[in-house]
Design a protein around this ligand. Structure first.
Ligand SMILES: [Fe+2]
Ligand SMILES: [Fe+2]
Length: 256
């Protein structure tokens, strides 16, 4: 089974880039299933129902989130019925801590976990949470999107759960790392990177981010504009021997 997992999608215009290119990417790479991190889709923070539905129309099988899961409150109205894995170590009953996806005779479990280092939010221990989830998960393949800032925390999580799940994929930094590896048949990358405007700072307007650093004034950021986009993620091939390959390509958005 070949899965394309795309890192944080930044801005709703990126949905159009996916609409224009995803079929070709799937055909070229013989992809069976597409999963994405969708925490930054709507104006860069959160996921509106409209944009959730647009991603579903493109055939995205499942979505994981992150620290911006509830940045658009309307997600509370639809998340319970959505193919979304919300961070499992949040103290809420909204949404699913295990998202099951059926593909032919295979059952895939997607788990989203938030890191605690540098994230400043009261979260349950991701390691203990994962231990408990593993007691409950009943699936052929298990994927974890570990959404965190600290590279060491992600790697510690990887070596703690290698051999117990099929993939542990980092997200949140929006910067793809070059350390993909497989250990004990568990695929890993510290960060998948992001999908958004290339000429940006992590998908946001670079002048606004520079102003933040220079002045300390934290005005709300806007997503970057431009027509050159990058799509970052990984291609996983699950079988007897699991493999992971980085995906990193640029696309020009064709404005209608
Ligand atoms: Fe993000
Ligand atoms: Fe994030």
């Amino acid at each position: 089974m070949r899965i394309l997992y795309l890192g944080d999608i930044v801005g709703e215009k990126t949905i159009e880039v996916l609409r224009q290119n995803l079929d070709a990417i799937k055909a070229e790479n013989k992809i069976n299933l597409v999963l994405v991190n969708a925490e930054n889709v709507t104006q860069g923070k959160g996921l509106s129902e409209k944009h959730y539905k647009q991603l579903k129309q493109l055939g995205i099988a499942g979505m994981s989130m992150g620290n911006h899961t509830f940045s658009k409150s309307e997600i509370k109205n639809y998340i319970n019925d959505a193919t979304i894995a919300r961070p499992a170590n949040l103290g809420t009953s909204y949404g699913k801590d295990i998202l099951y996806i059926q593909y032919n005779d295979k059952r895939i479990a997607v788990v989203n976990m938030l890191g605690r280092v540098y994230t400043y939010t009261p979260l349950d221990d991701p390691f203990k949470t994962m231990d408990k989830l593993l007691d409950r998960i009943d699936a052929d393949y298990i994927l974890v999107d570990f959404h965190g800032d600290a590279t060491s925390e992600k790697k510690a999580f990887f070596f703690s759960f290698a051999g117990k799940v099929d993939a542990i994929l980092g997200s949140h930094t929006h910067t793809q790392t070059a350390d993909e590896q497989v250990f004990d048949n568990t695929c890993f990358i510290t960060d998948m990177g992001m999908c958004g405007v290339f000429d940006s700072i992590l998908g946001d307007d670079k002048d606004m981010v520079i102003q933040r650093f220079k002045t300390g004034m934290f005005e709300p950021l806007k997503c970057a504009t431009g027509n050159e986009y990058m799509l970052n993620g990984v291609i996983l091939d699950f079988g007897l021997k699991n493999t992971i390959t980085r995906f990193n390509k640029k696309y020009i958005l064709n404005e209608k």
